[in-house]
Design a protein around this ligand. Structure first.
Ligand SMILES: O=C(O)CCC(=O)C(=O)O
Length: 218
């Protein structure tokens, strides 16, 4: 699939309230990865099941006051990691700082993330087109930080059938979508087999979200 933004590596508006910030997290990327490894010792990566009973190809863990979870009971945010029975690890300050800074840069000065979903993609792993609508708090944006090997990101409109723009997200890139784009459909093509000095064949993605606390489940 064609990369519509091939060669463009500057700040790129993706629609009202949506922006791609190439390299925005470059200066902290190594530290972010160190924290990913630390927190994954406390709450290990796992392959969750969709409500339909299919295993996801992306391994996930979380940090913060709650974590996104899926199994046959459905998509939800839970206070405790079901794998360990303990609360999710605290969100490291450096996670919060980069997420808030990116949100400010994108025009969302009040962003206060309550959860960070950490996605780990091995070669071939992908995420189908979807909307992030389990948070209730739709006034806050989504902030997404890419680390490791590149991935082809798809960013569409409010309808699944709207045209989709595709471009490569690299180590240190950040995408923010909120406001009129908060429910934009988005996804990740199967990650190609390639190598990154800091992550080997893996891609990591940190997705920061503000979740209405009334939604937290045990
Ligand atoms: O990995 C990415 O770049 C996007 C992740 C994502 O869409 C999600 O976690 O909902």
């Amino acid at each position: 699939m064609e990369d519509l933004f091939a060669g463009m590596r500057g700040r790129t508006d993706l629609g009202s309230g949506a922006v791609w910030l190439p390299g925005f997290a470059d200066s902290v990327a190594e530290k972010l990865l160190q924290h990913v490894h630390l927190l994954s010792h406390a709450s290990p990566f796992r392959f969750m099941m969709t409500p339909g009973g299919r295993p996801m190809s992306v391994a996930m863990t979380s940090c913060g006051a709650c974590g996104w979870y899926t199994d046959k009971r459905g998509y939800r945010y839970v206070r405790q990691d079901p794998s360990t029975g303990h609360p999710w690890p605290e969100m490291p300050d450096i996670f919060r700082h980069i997420a808030v800074a990116a949100a400010v840069e994108a025009g969302f000065p009040d962003f206060s993330p309550t959860s960070c979903l950490v996605n780990r993609y091995e070669p071939g792993a992908k995420m189908g087109l979807h909307q992030d609508r389990d948070e209730d708090d739709l006034a806050s944006p989504i902030v997404s930080v890419s680390l490791g090997v590149p991935a082809r990101f798809a960013f569409g409109g409010m309808l699944k059938t709207d045209p989709v723009r595709r471009f490569d997200l690299r180590h240190g890139d950040v995408v923010v979508w909120g406001g009129a784009s908060r429910l934009a459909w988005h996804g990740v093509s199967p990650v190609r087999e390639t190598f990154h000095q800091q992550t080997g064949a893996m891609r990591y993605n940190l997705t920061f979200r503000a979740i209405n606390p009334t939604l937290f489940q045990p």
